[in-house]
Design a protein around this ligand. Structure first.
Ligand code: ZN
Length: 181
């Protein structure tokens, strides 16, 4: 019955050592602080025009992230879905095929890079109600999952870019995208 007031949290940036830590498993999902963190992460990712955010990005080194794909100014072609909290997530299986596409990160503002990722992944996670979920994710949503899952192991997308030639500024990236259409 309590009133829910969620707030935008501040996002830590590359160079903050928390982004390089391996995050801890969450044991008590019903914990009020975890539920509050989920609400605040959802508000934070929406306000920042992100499509995903991991708890370590708000300096909470716990195995939790939000996947919140929807079209927005940073990702105009993103598919629309309800923001979903994924707790203690794992990749169970993946496509043999790897695809490169552009990624950005709220903790690395102003840069985009071409990142190789599996085309699809079968994943397992616990939802915010404590239910174990299995899902097959494809394309863009699979990419978000893999990006956020990396954050839980202290990995950022720059680590996966194959060449520094495949890094561009946000400004040039927007120009490239506009020229394509
Ligand atoms: Zn990120």
């Amino acid at each position: 019955m309590s009133e829910k007031i969620s707030k935008s949290l501040s996002i830590i940036k590359l160079g903050n050592p928390i982004l390089r830590q391996s995050a801890s498993l969450i044991e008590n999902i019903e914990d009020k602080q975890i539920q509050k963190l989920i609400d605040d992460l959802i508000t934070t990712v929406i306000n920042a025009n992100g499509v995903g955010i991991a708890a370590p990005q708000v300096a909470e080194s716990q195995r939790l992230f939000i996947v919140a794909s929807r079209p927005n100014p940073r990702y105009p072609k993103a598919p629309d879905m309800e923001p979903t909290a994924m707790i203690n997530p794992k990749i169970i299986d993946h496509s043999p095929k790897i695809i490169k596409d552009w990624e950005g990160c709220l903790s690395i503002p102003g840069i985009r890079g071409l990142v190789p990722r599996y085309k699809w992944v079968t994943v397992q996670y616990i939802d915010r109600k404590g239910k174990l979920k299995h899902q097959k994710l494809v394309d863009f949503v699979a990419r978000i999952f893999q990006h956020e899952h990396d954050h839980l192991d202290g990995i950022v997308f720059l680590d996966r870019v194959e060449s520094t030639q495949e890094l561009v500024s946000e400004e040039e990236y927007q120009r490239l995208q506009n020229n394509k259409t």
